[in-house]
Design a binder for this molecule. Sequence first.
Ligand code: NAG
Length: 282
Amino acid sequence: MASSCSYLPKHSSFQNHSISTNNVTSILSFFFLIFIPIHVLPVIVSSTSYQDGATNDLFFELLKKEAVERLYELGKVSDAHGYLERTFQSPASVTASKVIGAWMEDAGLRTWVDNMGNVHGRCDGLNPSEKALLIGSHLDTVIDAGLFDGPLGIISSISAMKLLNRTDRITKLRRPVEIIAFSDEEGVRFQTTFLGSAAIAGVLPVSTLDVHDKNGVSVKGALRQNSLEIDEESLLLLKYDPESVWGYIEVHIEQGPVLEATGLPVGLVEGIAGQARLKVTM
Ligand SMILES: *[C@@H]1O[C@H](CO)[C@@H](O)[C@H](O)[C@H]1NC(C)=O
């Protein structure tokens, strides 16, 4: 659930009076304008259905200018001097969570932080009980990380929702859309990966809560230092019922050389690498 986009759900029916969640995906794809050469631009612009001058300006303002500014702003939120480092529940991670939460609210989303430190922003649209489209990525980083690894997926989705908000479309979505900024994907602090998304998927072993970092602080203890209480019961409550989820999209920077080598601006992946960490005692 955490590293890259694995699957774009197919949209079934479309009615003119409401905005389909597909608009979110087309807006997200517009976001790639940041990275693509200018000659590709007309193709993408014409593939979105509601273009006029004013909307175009708003697209550039929110999806390009502001989003890029935010990537650089978040890239400065670091526990280290001179390079980017944000590990699970570190001071910089907490600051980043607050910044992200404020951006979600600015986009018109209802926000909360769950007991594993994941930051959520949701809008219900027309049918609050429909299955939700989840969009997300991770807010933690590796040591000496790049700007885009994680934040790209968070910021692009917030920008997409903000555009829907500013064009009055956010309340007309046919299903809820929820952005989740996961608290841990990289596993740098505890040598465990996916603390945030594994909790939401319901696959995080309870024993992980007692794993210690190199200073002897447990996962539970790190959360408690930031006033988040987690135990077996509250961990179970974090699990999302698969029946309540329609699909999950993640925009992620490519971590290999393929797109760059082939000159392609964007790709849809068919599968992603799984990560496992094993400790072997000899
Ligand atoms: C858009 O977001 C703002 C917060 O920035 C909120 O006050 C407003 O109600 C939202 N508009 C819609 C249509 O949801």
